[in-house]
Design a protein around this ligand. Structure first.
Ligand SMILES: *Cc1c(COP(=O)(O)O)cnc(C)c1O
Length: 234
């Protein structure tokens, strides 16, 4: 009945013997609140949203379900305050300017905001993601903020039809992660792998996979960043 069992089984089968459990982040962007509610009823706790307003509306609609919300979309500085108020995790912190803005805006009665640094592995045109060389300094800035908790790294590799190429990038991020762990003991999360390649990512050490279409099916509607999806506020 649910694609959830399927995905959880595939995650389990992909996991190298003796490795830590892998968390499923259900990427629910573009999906109606009802679909999220069904998955929550089946025990799924972590959900990812790409747009701040759409996410905030769903977070409000599903308050009290014990869900954990991750922002997986690009972060603009003028949205930091809203993100810090609503979300539990941010997976796309990629520049120093955002660190202080998020820390200052995190409400005092919330636990620290859990932070992943988004890393750009290919030195190409991609706008989002910190270059690997800049990641240690960014980690230092985050670790110095009491209202933020540095948890790990995230990447979205460029589309590559060659599985060996993707696998190499996942291995690269894993190597960076292992190096940083020596200096930053709170690092425990390596977020990589999506619907098309999560098994490869797990083989290379992912501790979190971000899955949308393989779990929900095709996204029903293009998501409009600046407005709430229909029905989300009920
Ligand atoms: C949409 C999205 C996903 C999920 O992608 P699918 O291919 O639908 O699994 C994962 N991570 C990020 C950052 C996304 O924007």
């Amino acid at each position: 009945m649910s694609g959830l069992d399927d995905i959880l089984t595939r995650i389990e089968l992909a996991r190298p013997a003796g490795s830590d459990p892998v968390r499923l982040l259900a990427v629910s962007k573009g999906q109606p609140v009802e679909r999220i509610r069904v998955l929550a009823g089946l025990g799924q706790r972590h959900f990812g949203e790409n747009y701040v307003q759409e996410g905030a509306a769903k977070i409000a609609a599903l308050a009290g379900h014990g869900l954990v919300w991750h922002l997986t979309g690009p972060l603009q500085s003028n949205k930091c305050a809203e993100v810090a108020r609503h979300f539990d995790w941010i997976e796309t912190l990629d520049r120093a300017k955002l660190v202080g803005l998020l820390a200052a805006a995190r409400p005092a009665d919330h636990p620290p905001l859990q932070v992943l640094v988004q890393v750009k592995l290919d030195d190409e045109a991609s706008k989002s993601g910190a270059r690997a060389a800049d990641v240690p300094e960014l980690c230092r800035l985050i670790a110095a903020e009491a209202r933020l908790c540095l948890r790990g790294l995230m990447t979205i590799p460029r589309p590559d039809p060659d599985p060996a190429g993707r696998r190499r990038r996942f291995a690269e991020l894993r190597a960076l992660f292992e190096t940083l762990r020596a200096d930053f003991p709170t690092l425990d999360t390596l977020s990589m792998g999506m619907s098309d390649d999560f098994e490869l990512a797990i083989a290379e050490g992912a501790t979190e996979v971000r899955i949308g279409t393989a779990l929900f099916g095709p996204r029903p509607s293009p998501t409009i960043p600046s407005s709430d999806p229909p029905g989300a506020s009920t």
